[in-house]
Ligand binder design. Sequence first.
Ligand code: NZQ
Ligand code: ZN
Length: 389
Amino acid sequence: MLGNFTYSNPTKLYFGDKALENLKTELNNYGQNIMLVYGGGSIKKNGIYQQVIYILKECNKTVFEDPGVMPNPTVEKLYEGCKIAKDNNVDLILAVGGGSVCDYSKAVSVSAYCEEDPWDKYYLRMEDVSNKIIPVGCVLTMVGTGSEMNGGSVITNHQSKLKIGHVFGDNVFPKFSILNPTFTFTLPKYQMVAGFYDIMSHILEQYFSGDDDNTSDYIMEGLLKSLIHSSKIAVENPQDYEARSNIMWIATWALNTLVAKGKTTDWMVHMIGQSVGAYTDATHGMTLAAVSIPYYKHIMPYGLNKFKRYAINVWNVNPQNKTDEEIALEGLNEMENYMKEIGLVMNLKDLNVTEDMLDGITDGTFIMEGGYKILNHEEIVEILKESMR
Ligand code: NZQ
Ligand code: ZN
């Protein structure tokens, strides 16, 4: 175990098929004006919107709606949301949706009273918040990002072709999140499995780093095994409550800051995937899936012990009479087979990436230094090319 750290997570979670009942109690903690943020309309089709509105009315709240948050929310939409929040003096932003809706709500919460351009301040200059923050609460409808219990907020700027995440401190974490696994039942399969892989990637980004003996690595192996098990069941039967509820809980723990404590972390799959997203607007989890195997094959020699451990502990590879490289590679092959089995996108061409984009995607990739290998420009281009074969 490395380093000194502080651990605190202020988000209160309500979990289970009756979790929404707690919204009323939470709403009593906030003022009159509620900004209701949601996406392109799925919550109206599946009835979650109607349930939430009913509770807001019961509590006699004044509701200001901000619909139309797109997957990969844009900076233009953020400016719109800031105006609604400020003009109406909102007391709580209630996010009802997936990671995009939750991320966007956090962005509005720190930006509404920001006197500078929030894109410049938070996303380009990565500065901390120095103004009033509007509290956020979430009702989660799509599982994957962990946004329900973290300070992450990813915004896309199509003009400058940049997709950037700011990880805010715990003053920006949602005050509460309502996690009802049945709310995720209506997700199309493509979104569902993209979310599953987002979870896996969050865990692997934090697992593939360091060579110390660290409790977090053991926790992550457990989370990965449970995810692999439950995701196979959910793909067969999306209405399997046990599987979907396990996955919802894994997603939250995969990225609520716990498993990153006391260790270094990698995040290069996300950095490459986000840059792919800035060029293509593709579904987040699929951008990660398409580049992961080429990336891990590339860094495997630099973190061989960990890749061997991953193969044995997570993918049950039998190590007998095999070299370390053979064991590690077998683990990655098992992972690749699993990814294909659940229906992930394994090639960047399927996300509309073309050869002429590769240099730009590479330039837009932030290089992190916590993994087994600090990548250079040529290596990123090589990984992207591999992801197109
Ligand atoms: O917009 P609607 O109509 O609601 O449809 C959404 C959207 O099209 C649909 N959907 C959500 N719940 C549904 C549903 N459809 C039917 N039934 C339901 N119950 O799913 C589509 C995708 O939703 P979105 O919120 O975009 O997905 P996700 O949760 O994957 O969020 C992606 C965003 O989160 C960021 C990503 O970069 C991306 O911008 N991330 C945030 C992170 C964080 N806060 O820590 C970390 C992640 O690594 C990630 O970068
Ligand atoms: Zn992610």
